[in-house]
Design a protein around this ligand. Structure first.
Ligand code: PNW
Length: 464
């Protein structure tokens, strides 16, 4: 068999986020975040679980970095908990929080692992929510900039890869539209306002980084999430519906960043519910990403809606459905993960090509891709063949996209270890490493052993 190789400098990585793994939710001066508060409301999280302890990465980070080193990953993407280094989100800095991330970064560099740092992965300082209405208030754009300034200042000598925001789509739709994520608000207009301020916050942080920290010579971007939307039929209506669904999903955030404004179809359909950018803001936003960060998990069919089905959007469906007139469905023959997300590697390839074309061949990094399964520990081992198959399928699709000319430069597996899967709690295991949430022991799964071999061979066409 001819082994298709990834380029030598391909970035093989793995990813996590602060609230999902750190624990130590009120230790060493950390302030509460909206996720601490959200988890305290009965019924919001499966089994009323919380991130209070999570994987206790706060105390076990050295052990975790050893496991990463053992796997041979070249890069590790993690996020900083804003309220750990600024307990109320503004003003005073908590030196103990700075110290934690500083040691984490040093330990990574010692292990030859390149840190990729996300500034915001959803754990907004609670004070900013209570006193300033979180992402609904334009003030947040300046607070975020001040927070980013501290991160660049304190960590930028060693961190050269920055991601401002993780999945503004999820923050907006699940946090302000469906209310299933913190801060739990339900609205059909707030998501677009929150999204607007997320984009401006991103842009202000990037401008600051480029002007004040030029000497650090790093790269900065944003990670947007998007599923693929395949037209259900060959009809023009369904093709348009699939395109519209993608525009409402990823172009909502990527168009302003690459083209300076929202997609036309969103402006036409949302009217005054979609805020507009001033001329100065358009200039501020345009071109504010050195790379295209993509989090990708699944694929659905899209069909033009007859306007009758007006159900409230469900998890994973791509936005407020009545704004789009798109009906989504899956093929009953597709395999699904524990989250019910369909496993469709060719959807990943098609999405990469769509991004490549629409945004004029950017360097793309898949900053998340992975799957949840109900892994069981048997005789000290986890035989997660389904996850192994998932990674192999998606990585081969990535390789094909590269062969077709897409500038895909790296891939981060979500996630390094099982962790707190937000409203779904600990049941959904996404990790390459199994975590026993009673003893907090970590055990590499079969997929981790496979991933190690794939990295070593620079190819997904390996078998264990
Ligand atoms: C992402 N959706 O979340 C996050 O970045 C991770 O923190 C998370 O653990 C991972 O994917 C798995 O869920 C998403 O509904 C949550 O489309 C929901 C959606 C997409 C991504």
């Amino acid at each position: 068999m001819l082994m298709n190789k990834f380029p030598k400098d391909f970035v093989w990585g793995t990813a996590t986020s602060s609230y999902q793994i750190e624990g130590a939710s009120d230790l060493d001066g950390k302030g509460p975040s909206i996720w601490d508060a959200f988890c305290s409301i009965p019924g919001k999280i499966n089994n009323n679980e919380t991130g209070d302890i999570a994987c206790d990465h706060y105390h076990k980070f050295k052990e975790d970095i050893q496991l990463m080193k053992e796997m041979g990953v070249k890069a590790y993407r993690f996020s900083i908990a804003w309220s750990r280094i600024m307990p109320t989100g503004k003003g005073a800095v908590n030196e103990k929080g700075i110290q934690f991330y500083s040691e984490l970064i040093d330990e990574l560099l010692k292990a030859d692992i390149v840190p990729w740092v996300t500034l915001y992965h959803w754990d907004l300082p609670l004070a900013l929510q209570m006193e300033n209405d979180g992402w609904l208030n334009k003030d947040i754009t300046d607070y975020f900039k001040e927070y980013a300034d501290i991160c660049f200042d304190r960590f930028g000598d060693r961190v050269k890869n920055w991601i401002t925001l993780n999945e503004p789509w999820v923050v907006s739709i699940l946090g302000y539209g469906q209310g299933v994520f913190a801060p739990g608000r339900v609205s059909n207009s707030e998501p677009y306002l929150a999204g607007h301020h997320l984009i401006l916050s991103h842009a202000k942080a990037v401008k600051l980084y480029r002007e004040k920290y030029t000497h650090q010579k790093g790269e900065i971007g944003i990670s947007n999430n998007c599923d693929w939307r395949e037209p259900l039929t060959d009809s023009k209506e369904d093709k348009d519906a699939a395109e519209r669904a993608l525009e409402f999903f990823i172009a909502w955030f990527a168009d302003p960043i690459y083209k300076g404004d929202y997609p036309k179809v969103m402006k036409e359909r949302l009217k005054e519910r979609l805020p507009s950018f001033s001329k100065e803001e358009k200039e501020l936003i345009t071109g504010t990403s050195d790379f295209f960060g993509l989090n990708h998990y699944t694929t659905m069919f899209a069909a033009n809606s007859d306007g009758i089905k007006k159900e409230v959007a469900v998890n994973g469906n791509g936005g407020i459905s009545e704004d789009q007139d798109v009906d989504l469905s899956v093929d009953k023959d597709w395999k699904v993960t524990l989250m019910d997300w369909a496993v469709v590697p060719w959807g990943c390839k098609k999405l990469l090509k769509w991004i490549d074309k629409r945004y004029n061949k950017p360097n793309i990094y898949i900053t998340e891709n992975g799957c949840a399964y109900p892994d069981k520990l048997i005789d000290g081992k986890i035989d997660d063949q389904e996850r192994l198959d998932f990674y192999q399928g998606y990585l081969i699709a990535c390789q094909e996209a590269i062969q077709d000319g897409v500038n895909l430069k790296g891939y981060f597996a979500w996630s390094f270890m099982d962790n707190f899967e937000w409203a779904l709690g600990y049941e959904q295991r996404f990790g390459l490493h199994y975590v026993d949430f009673k003893t907090l022991e970590r055990i590499p799964k079969k997929s981790a052993h496979w991933f190690k071999k794939a990295i070593k061979n620079d190819s997904a066409e390996v078998s264990l």
